[in-house]
Every structure is written in structure tokens, then in C-alpha cells.
Ligand binder design. Sequence first.
Ligand code: SAH
Length: 269
Amino acid sequence: MSISETMPTPDGRRAAGREGWVKIIGLGPGSEALITPEASSVLREATDVVGYVPYVERVAPRPGLTRHGSDNREEIRRAEQALEMAAAGRRVAVVSSGDPGVFAMGAAVFEALETGQPDWQTLDIQVLPGISAMLAASARLGAPLGHDFCCINLSDNLKPWALIEKRLRLGAEADFAMAFYNPRSRSRPEGFARALDVLREACGLDRPIMFARAVSTPEECLRVVTLGEATPGMADMRTLVMVGSSLTRRIPSARNEAGEWVYTPRSVV
Ligand code: SAH
């Protein structure tokens, strides 16, 4: 699926600058307040916005801006399209949610650059950081990533399940706190249940696990339980899941939406 939609400029022309560029930006986890000022300024200057449909729809239409929304699995093609348009003089914002370097379009653009037209390598390309879901989620819950941590994408669309399971076990063995992206989807209902089994075996039943859904949006929902209490249905594709390390602590709090604070102390003594 691919949708392109242009709002004409008042005099009917399509705006294009003399020198094109590609700026790879993140729109943060959902709230307008968590989009960086420099990402907002790129969106004001761009002639084209390229990305997965729901992210492109987060950019308000305006005269002179063409929004190109495409399907989730078309990342390399979308990146090539962005580079082609910039080579033709357009100012292209490539949008992802969160941060563009975390399981998002940043790497796809560089893959397309490396394998694409040689002249694309002279293009003006910039990556601008955004607030990744794990940072927004951990801020809501306290500081669960306060000591060493790792993050793992639980989707096996782009890697074999055996590698995910190996990384879960090694992350647990290294005693990292862990953040999990893409925990569960309708097309992959089994994976997260298997991940929970691996984590229970490696970390024990009392370890805290956090489910942060739709952080910074009106549907936000935070939940902290133990691995023994966790069920696969607690996560979906809008959820960021975190598991504490052996040092992670819980403090009851009537003031926090989750009913408690969770933190991992900075020192291991
Ligand atoms: N580049 C993005 C991650 C894209 S992968 C980033 O840096 O955040 C998509 C996954 O991110 C989702 O499946 C979910 O695990 C997580 N995610 C994105 N937005 C979220 C939000 N508002 N609340 C909780 N998790 C979110």
C-alpha cells in the first residue's frame, strides 16, 4: 500500500528547494510535547514527508507539503523513494515514531544509501534524535533503566526467533534490566508467551516486569507485576515492556499512575 497526498500551494505550484536534503527524524512516543523543536522545524521546512502511514498521519497537512504514507514492510523502498526525491531537489523528512535510530527508518535509509545510486552519497543527510518509547516509559515509572540495560526487539519479522531467545537468556545472565519493543502482534501471537517462559526460567518468578502502553497518549496505561503474575495478554504492539535486573526495586506511591515507582540503583556493591 502506498498513499501520496499533496495539498497545493495557494498559487497551485509544488514547492521545491534548489538543494534537496533528507532529514531522518523521530516524532517521539505520541505527545506533541515530546517532539523536539528541531524535528518540528524540519517538518515546517520539508516539501515531502515519507514514512509508515500512521506516523505520516501525525504530521498535519499544509500547503506545499506532500505526505507519502506506505506500508510497514516497505522500509527499504520508502528509504529509496526519499533519497530519489532529495536527489531531485526536494526537502524530505523521513519520519519514525520515537527515535529514528531505534528499530526505525534510520538504518533503512543507510542501507538504501549503501546499495543504491552512487550519486546519493553526495546528498545532504541528517539524523535528528527523538524520544524513544523506552525513555518515555521509564520516565513514567521512575528509573527502571537507571543502571546497565539492554533493549531487544521481540519481533521475528527480520531475524530468527532462536536469536531472540539467545539474547533474552544472555541479557538475563548479564543481569541487565531489559526493554522490549514490538512485544506482541496479531500476526505473532505466540512469541511473547515464549519470551515470558524464557524470562521466568532465567530471572525467577519474583522479578518485576513493567507494561507501559501508549505512553504519552490519552490511552496511556502503566502496569507493574512480577514475572510470575505476567500474562501474554498484558502486551500488544503499542506496549513497551521492561524487566528489571536483580537489583531493581519497587516503592509504593499513591501519586504515580502505576501505583508505585520502580528504579534500579546506580551502583552494584
Ligand atoms: N523508533 C521507535 C520504536 C519503533 S518500534 C522508538 O524509538 O520508540 C515500535 C514499538 O515501539 C512498539 O511496538 C512499542 O513496543 C514501542 N512504542 C512506540 N511508541 C510507544 C508508546 N507511545 N508507548 C509504548 N510503547 C511504544
